[in-house]
Write a protein that binds this ligand. Sequence first.
Ligand code: GLN
Length: 200
Amino acid sequence: MTASPTIGVLAVQGDVREHVRALESAGATAVPVRRPREVETIDGLVIPGGESTTMDKLVRIFELRDPLVARLREGLPAYGSCAGMIMLADRILDGHHDQQTLGGLDITVRRNAFGRQVDSFEEDLRIREIGPEPVRAVFIRAPWVEDVGPDVQVLASVHVAGGDHPVAVREGNVLATSFHPEVTGDHRFHQLFVDLVRTS
Ligand code: GLN
């Protein structure tokens, strides 16, 4: 793998620009992915935050769904934030009745899990893999992880409603966060992903 891997950011909807910036500052070459042939040229994939129901519709309309699913099955490293976490989840709760995900991550995700009262909030999380300084986690109508498969590592959880709910997970070279590290200017999470792509 080259020192500057090419990382695609799924660019059908959502906060694409913020991820491109974060990836570039973490030493990657970031490219927007809108066409099927662009899926072939990337060493890793980021799926941004946005609205997973819309993203699901658009990846089908843009004929990106099949190539993306194929590359994820082959082991393409991937990172999804918020709506991107939903897109990578194998199973979804509280999705639209016809909503599909791309899959690749052995988790069950609950959409809009924190409820209408707590649309958005911020919290400092300690994530060992990121370093000793806490990560400022920004949650916007976020999902949480309801259930994880045996090979999934929980990197961070949030304690609400009497329970601990995972909000950052990793399975091999697939990462997902319920929150948006791309909006804070702290690029350590993107650095973790870029390093992971480099060593994959
Ligand atoms: N609630 C959105 C969804 O279901 C996710 C929100 C976000 O990405 N900030 O896709």
